[in-house]
Structures are given as structure tokens and as C-alpha cells.
Write a protein that binds this ligand. Sequence first.
Ligand SMILES: [Zn+2]
Length: 184
Amino acid sequence: MGILETTPASVYLEPGELFVGTRPTEVCTVLGSCVSLVLYHPQTKLSAMGHGKLPSRSCSHGSANGVKVCRMMGDFVSCSTHFMLSWFHQMGIPSKELEAKLFGGAMMFNLPGKEEASTVAIGKRNVETAMDMIRKERLHLVASDVGGPWGRKIFFHTGSGEVKLQRLRKTELDLVNPLEIKES
Ligand SMILES: [Zn+2]
């Protein structure tokens, strides 16, 4: 639409952060064993994206009356997903109308001071938790790139719902995001 068009804003998501938005934005993040669930409503272009470090904990979120925000919400795949879905519900959008994309959950090897098995398990459990919620909420999963030994850099264009993905070698990931794999 010519003259009214403006350059989209861009946002970088740190581990444990969350994005929800109503305007065209480029949301970028870098993932190792963390996962990003990208949610997009094609009709309204409302968008959300998480960057969860750990799978889940028992917590209650969302009701007809509002959205409950818990402490460290963005750190957990379960909490951040509940929050994003509640936000869409508050905007009048049911889960089944959303397009979901899932990225990350790498099985990262050779981390100093870490048991190999446990770091592999975090990525896998993050993906399993996200997939469970996708099934339970009957989200329409339209794309995913999960697991494997590599990190990922993703760019989510909320105006179109498009996600561009780069796979990263372990060394590149350490440079960009050295704190990501820490388990609290
Ligand atoms: Zn929570």
C-alpha cells in the first residue's frame, strides 16, 4: 500500500523472553536445546513466539477472566505456551485457528561441566512438552525443525507468518548465546 508502509520493527528474544505482537515485526532468536514455539493467526496477523529453556512445571494459567502471569514464565515451554494461548483467547482467537511452528530442542554434546545425557535430555523433553501442548490444544503444526546436534537462528516475520531458519555449528552457538543451555 505504498506510502503508508513503514520498515518493520525488529526484536531479539533472549532465552526466557516472550513476544506477542499486533504489527509487522521481525523477531529473531538463537536456539540450542531451548525451543521456540511460533504462533500465528493468518486472518489478523496476531503473532506470538516463546523461547523456553526448560520443559514444564505445575502451574495454572489463563481463564475466561484473564491471563495469569507466573514468575519466570518465559523460561518454561509449558508456561510460555499457556500464556501465549491465553493472550490469543483474550483477543478472541481460539487455538484451533492458529498456525504453529516449532524449532530448536537440539541435543547438544560436549558441554563443559555437564553430563552428556542430561543436556541431550533437556532438548528432547522441551520438544516433547511443546508437541504435547500442540496436540492437546489442537494447534495446526505447519512447520518444524527440531532435534539434531546443531543450534538454530530463526527469524519470524510476523506480517507474513514466515520463518527463516539458519542452522548453526556448536561453536557459532557458543559465541552468540553462551548462557542458553544453563539449567536452573
Ligand atoms: Zn507458570
